[in-house]
Design a protein around this ligand. Structure first.
Ligand SMILES: Nc1ncnc2c1ncn2[C@@H]1O[C@H](COP(=O)(O)OP(=O)(O)OP(=O)(O)O)[C@@H](O)[C@H]1O
Ligand SMILES: [Zn+2]
Length: 459
């Protein structure tokens, strides 16, 4: 009789456990279906992250494979759940970083980006899909992260990190990750981390190369300790100009996730005074020791001159976005529009169309009647290219029965390099070259695609 009672009790307990597990599953499912993420367009105070004192059965199952690691264990996992991380930029680095932090069970993720998803992002910004084009990157990333792990609290910010909001924002997080793509933002994030006392896990990726360092960590240097002055703006290349193989920021973003997890879980990062360099071409990693924190550093030094955030665009002489900056090097009569050029073509007026883009871009698309001489070859006065140009100008002159200066129209992708080329050709006209009339086609081939020929590819 007593055996029946204990047997029944055990069965009942088993059923109760099953019911509790089902209830838990149902509530998670309901939460993920009904919870609509609030997209923040300004910085508001966050409620403190709820401290977890023990792992639930679900946690144990979800994180079991990493819980088995002596380096992490239950303590490390609980530490992760208590940590908040702000990700600045939900692009090529930010996407894999957010994905792995969410998968690993970080407590709260702030996802910040002012931009929207574009088709040309999808080869590397792997949290966004085709259906997210036009959507705020922060929201698209947060939704993807939530599908992966609904227990992670996501705070999407659709705004630009600026000197006005950076401190208020960064102070609310434990660790900051710089996944941005421009120099003013790098100085801004670093200064704000120094002023708020937060570690900064920073990475970059361009073409086939990547870099990673942890700044302001355990007495190590800040960004300014290493780079007291910004580079000249014209020496900075971004992904939309220089290109990038998608997997390179993927690897660097994963590295950032690794260092964030090591800091958050309590293992600590070894990149506080180290620079990791990744060469994808040779599949080689190198790590070099950096100089220590500088006593004379303007922000983290002994007598700092930067005690509050400044105007970083003015400091760097460039914008805090990587959007194409339009140069204005020429007067109005030195420029024509893409439609004006179409009329010249329609009137079959003799002229030379000079495309000054690099060959790799000309291979993507070009106008069939153009002559390609890259701006760099003109600048370097490459003799074979100058010879070719002289010949083509000579031919043109012979074609022009009525005499006059042969017209040369210069084109590039967006109309910046072509302006530089016009200035250069004007200097060469009458000396290194026959006298020519040079004009820039403003807005370049992208303006041609937008305003003249919608079938012409944009990139
Ligand atoms: N100050 C800033 N505030 C918020 N987001 C920023 C800031 N600076 C840069 N970002 C974001 O950082 C991300 C950098 O990622 P990445 O360079 O891969 O993307 P991208 O700018 O979309 O690329 P592409 O150059 O191909 O257009 C971008 O999504 C950009 O909008
Ligand atoms: Zn410093």
């Amino acid at each position: 009789m007593s055996e029946d009672v204990s047997c029944l009790k055990a069965q009942l307990e088993e059923k109760e456990r099953e019911i509790a597990a089902l209830k838990n599953k149902l509530s998670l499912l309901e939460k993920s279906q009904t919870l609509v993420l609030d997209l923040h367009d300004k910085v508001t105070p966050l409620t403190p992250l709820r401290a977890k004192h023990a792992l639930s059965n679900e946690d144990i199952m979800r994180y079991s494979r990493q819980l088995l690691l002596p380096d992490l264990g239950v303590r490390g996992q609980l530490n992760l759940s208590k940590t908040s991380v702000l990700i600045v930029g939900c692009g090529g680095l930010g996407c894999p970083l957010a994905q792995y932090l969410a998968a690993a069970g970080i407590g709260r993720l702030g996802l910040l980006d002012y931009d929207e998803v574009e088709l040309s992002n999808l080869h590397r910004q792997v949290l966004h899909g085709e259906e997210n084009q036009g959507q705020a990157k922060a929201l698209s990333a947060a939704n993807a992260v939530r599908r992966l792990n609904s227990t992670v609290e996501c705070v999407p910010y659709h705004l630009q990190l600026s000197p006005e909001n950076a401190l208020q924002l960064i102070q609310q997080y434990d660790i900051v990750a710089d996944c941005s793509d421009n120099v003013p933002t790098r100085y801004l994030v670093s200064d704000a981390c120094v002023l708020s006392g937060k570690p900064l896990v920073s990475a970059s990726a361009l073409r086939m190369d990547g870099q990673l360092t942890v700044y302001n960590y355990r007495g190590g240097p800040c960004y300014r300790c290493l780079y007291p002055a910004p580079p000249p703006p014209e020496t900075v290349t971004n992904c939309s100009d220089g290109g990038v193989l998608g997997v390179v920021p993927g690897i660097m973003g994963c590295f950032q996730a690794l260092e964030v997890i090591k800091i958050a879980s309590g293992q600590g990062s070894s990149f506080g005074q180290q620079l990791l360099m990744f060469d994808a071409q040779d599949a080689r990693f190198r790590s070099i020791k950096l100089r220590p924190r500088q006593a004379g550093c303007a922000v983290c030094g002994e007598e700092p001159s930067v005690t509050q955030l400044v105007d970083y665009e003015a400091f760097c002489g460039s914008a805090a976005t990587d959007k194409c900056q339009r140069l204005h090097l020429l007067s109005r009569d030195q420029r024509i529009t893409a439609q004006d050029y179409k009329s010249i073509l329609d009137d079959a007026g003799p002229h030379l169309l000079l495309d000054v883009r690099p060959l790799v871009e000309v291979d993507i698309c070009h106008l069939p009647f153009s002559l390609n001489i890259p701006l760099s070859s003109l600048e370097e006065r490459k003799s074979e290219h100058l010879q070719l140009l002289r010949e083509r100008v000579g031919q043109l002159k012979r074609q022009m029965a009525g005499g006059g200066r042969p017209p040369v129209y210069v084109i590039c992708k967006q109309g910046n390099d072509s302006q530089k080329a016009v200035q250069l050709l004007e200097k060469m006209s009458g000396s290194e070259l026959d006298h020519v009339t040079v004009k820039d086609i403003s807005g370049g081939l992208m303006a041609w695609a937008r305003t003249v020929d919608p079938t012409f590819p944009q990139y």
